[in-house]
Design a protein around this ligand. Sequence first.
Ligand code: IPE
Ligand code: IPE
Ligand code: MG
Length: 224
Amino acid sequence: MNPIKHVAIIMDGNGRWGTSKKKSRNFGHKQGLKTVEKIIKESIKNKIKYLTLYAFSTENWKRPKNEINYLFSLLHNFLTNKIDELNKEKIRLFVIGKKKFSKKLNDLLKYSEKLTSKNKRLQINLALNYGSKSEIINALNKLKNKNLTVNAKNISKNLYTKNIPDPDILIRTGNRKRLSNFLLWQLAYSEIFFENKLWPDFNEKDYNKILKKFKNTKRNFGKI
Ligand code: IPE
Ligand code: IPE
Ligand code: MG
């Protein structure tokens, strides 16, 4: 049985969920946050050490202002209300992506990261203003500036995810089969699960089904 250290998730389908309920896309985002809480709890139950959640891509800035503002206000409220609880649960919050938001949100993110930095039960990597191509370009530029050899080890050590093992599993909900600029380097050998359900409909049972399937998958890493 394969051990599971790291699960990464592209939480897709909130907008369509909202519209399908004859409500707004933002209503879907609000509901999606409930799924996030469920999946965090279930990850702890399964003793998973790293959970990486794609919350906002570098391309998502192309969305309407009202939706962008709503997403960041949801995040702001979530952290304000829940960071102490997460900390008590020994959860570490770590942001991957460029922290280029309002000063208020940047400060809250930095505060949350610092507060929880020693926690070891579960590390949540929140991908915010994250784009894999720019992450790789940054890493290569750092190597160039430091006059270091371009090799796999040095590239990995200069990504946002340095010191984090690569994901064992990638899940994408929302019935789309693409990576949308997420962890292109780190997913080289991950098992990928595409799920038809929209993120707000995804639940613990769906998650456990995937974990079980993963545990019974033969991973080769090029060998036989
Ligand atoms: C959530 O799903 C992803 C985020 C950017 C927060 P979407 O907002 O992409 O929902 P769909 O895919 O349009 O339904
Ligand atoms: C990927 O979903 C980004 C997040 C889940 C945050 P998108 O909905 O932005 O992806 P595309 O644009 O459909 O590929
Ligand atoms: Mg989408």
